[in-house]
Every structure is written in structure tokens, then in C-alpha cells.
Design a protein around this ligand. Sequence first.
Ligand SMILES: Cc1cc2nc3c(=O)[nH]c(=O)nc-3n(C[C@H](O)[C@H](O)[C@H](O)COP(=O)(O)OP(=O)(O)OC[C@H]3O[C@@H](n4cnc5c(N)ncnc54)[C@H](O)[C@@H]3O)c2cc1C
Length: 386
Amino acid sequence: MARHLGGLFSDEVKGSEAFSGGQGAADARLAGFNVGGYASTRSEVWPAPRRGASALSPYIRHGLLTLPQVWSHVSEGPAQDIKRFRDELAWQEFARHWYARLGIDTRTGVRHDLGPPAAQPAWDRTMACLEMCAEELEDDGWLVNQARMWLASHYAIRLGGHWREGEDEFFRHLLDGSRAANRLGWQWTTGAGSSKSYGFSRWQVEKRAPGLCGQCDRSGDCPIEEWPEEADLVKVEPNSKLRRSINPSEAGPASAVKNNPPDVVWLTAESLGANDPALVANPGIPVLFVFDEPLLERLQLSAKRLVFLVETLAELAENRVVVLHRGRPAEVLARHRPAVTFAPVPGFSRISSSLELGELHPYPWLARPRGGSVSSFSAWRKTVDL
Ligand SMILES: Cc1cc2nc3c(=O)[nH]c(=O)nc-3n(C[C@H](O)[C@H](O)[C@H](O)COP(=O)(O)OP(=O)(O)OC[C@H]3O[C@@H](n4cnc5c(N)ncnc54)[C@H](O)[C@@H]3O)c2cc1C
């Protein structure tokens, strides 16, 4: 990483303390996950053994585990736990549909404006609850959902920071960081994309991390003893794309499109699994991955996000010829006729539209987009069979 990817990340070369990349690690996490008790323990934050969250998200994010695969994995167990877990998988699918529809417009296509932001605030790390969450974000690149809501609410609702700055700070560190789920999470927590903002106070810490306040130096003068003031949400005109019918480019092909024999398999960060459809369909040709230099120079992600990708690609290279490039994907791939799996993100459409694709394989949707509203989770749920 230091020799070949210098300048493309923001901190020292170090992997996550909690996760390693690779199909083997993904499969082991899934095999070790038991859905029993999920509904009542998913929101537990501390101590870690109380947590019922699956910690599958980094692998789901990069396609090492697909949503249909994880959905079927939990077919046995208590009904309320299966239902709750599958509802969360549906949230991930909703985020993907929402982002596939709006793309870059998700930055501006909000339901509420929160007013002018305060100067970019920092979490108060003298408080044990915020320090623990911020440290986990930075060291592990992962947090349970509840902890994400605490940090997001504190940043934007109590301290008045702009949700987009907070989103970027999460995005730098989260191994599962996506413009779909992370942006939706910030908009949902702050009220920019929902009907109400989420308030964070000592009450949640005592409930979800019992005993933590007893270890906090600020316990006697807790800055979050009371609820924060409600955010001043001003309704904005919704983006018309939220409710429109399907644009075929959102969903990609329903079955493989074969134009010409491919000479490489192009893997994207959306689909790095050993079961990537383009990879499986083409066992005899090299695999190519491009570290998008202009994008990564701009994003300055934490090194642990790239370490996770490198570990995944290194494991794949035990069985396949894997060629890594640093450069502009469209330029590198212009020399080839790649086989690739569709990815429902704007960057994929932009890059692939300039290429002569050998094969385009379908994206493993949990529920293929069919058009209709993505203005809220409940409205969207009526448009899909789940
Ligand atoms: C401010 C904020 C930012 C977030 N950023 C991201 C992000 O960048 N990437 C990301 O994948 N999720 C994000 N989430 C959603 C959620 O917090 C994580 O998916 C979850 O905590 C991952 O841990 P897990 O795998 O143990 O989840 P589990 O509770 O075990 O759930 C299983 C899977 O369901 C999906 N899921 C669960 N909750 C949600 C949700 N609310 N929205 C979308 N998918 C969900 C994930 O794929 C997850 O792996 C964010 C939430 C908030 C509030």
C-alpha cells in the first residue's frame, strides 16, 4: 500500500482492528451468525458481548455476501428475529434502489432543510460514550447502527454541524461506507430525509450501554443529560425523480448480455466476491481491478478501507491471475473488452458507457427495481416483492 498507493489515503497504513477482507473472512462471519435474539439485541452498544448485530456489513457492502444469500441464511430461527433481520436487509436494498434512482441528486434531494450549519464541530471526546464510538469508528471502521445514530445526531442536531460533513467523516472510515446507506442514514437520523430528527441523550446510553456512564469523567456534569432541542425542519420541494417510473439504467440487465468474447474480468468495489457473476462465467481470463486515482486522491479515505480491498484481492489472487492498476478506470479499461457485473452506482454508468464491454452480467438484487416511489422506506416496500 505504501509503495503503490501512496497519496490515495489519509492516515498510516493499518488495517481495521476488527475486520479483515477476503471471501474466507466473509464466509466465516456468515457461518458464525445466528439470528436468534437479534430483534432484542441488535441495538445494544456496550459491552460488545451484548451486541446482537451481525457485523456482516463490510462484506455485504462489497458484494462478498449478497443480500439474497444472507436473506436465505437466516431461514431457521425465531420468527420475530428472522423478520427483524430481513427488514434490515430490506433497508439496505432500499438504500441501493434510492441511490440507483437519484445518484448524485441524493445530496440535494432531501425532504427537509435544517437551516445554516454551525462551523464544522468535533465530537466531545471527554465523554465516554462519544469517545468509545469515535474510537471504534477510527480503529475498526465499523459501528452498530445505534452508535451511528448517536454520533450523527450529536454532530448535526446538538452541535449544529451539516449532515454532509458528518457523512463524509463516516465515509472516510467505515468499511461498509457507501453513498447509499451512509447518506440515507445521515438524512434519516437528522430529519433531512425523514419526518423527524432523532435526539441523542444520556437516556439512550444508560439503556444501550449500561454501566458506561459510571466510567465517564463527565458523569457528574453530563453535557447530554437533557434532550437536544428539536431540529428546525423546513419542508422542501421533493425531487420529482423520487416518484417516477423506472429508468432502465437503474436496474441493469435482467440476464447476461454477451457482446464479444471478453479478455479480462473487471471487478468493481461493489462486487468483489468469489461468486461475482462475471468472474464465475469467465474462469480462464485475468481479473483486473483499478484503484481510481483521481477519485481516491480526492476522497482521502482512511487506509483501512483500502487495506480491506487489497486483502480481498490478494486472497482472490491465490486462485486467479489478478492485475491491479492505479489510474483512470476508463483509460485502463479502454484497452480491453471486459466482462463485468452491473453496479447500481453513478460511477459505474459513467465509466462503462465509454467502454466496449465483452459481457455485462446482472446485479444480484434482493428485489429487482420496478419503478414507483423511493420517497420513503414504507412507500418503496409496496413497490417490491419481499
Ligand atoms: C448515520 C448512519 C450511517 C450509516 N452508514 C452506513 C453505511 O455506510 N453502510 C451501510 O451498509 N450501512 C450504514 N448504516 C446502516 C446500519 O447502521 C449498518 O448497516 C449496520 O449498523 C451494519 O452493521 P451490521 O452488519 O451488524 O447490521 P445488522 O443489524 O446485523 O443488519 C444486517 C444488514 O442489514 C443492513 N442494514 C442494517 N441496518 C440498516 C440500515 N439502517 N440501513 C441500511 N442497511 C441496513 C446491512 O447490510 C447490515 O449488514 C448507517 C446508519 C446510520 C444511522
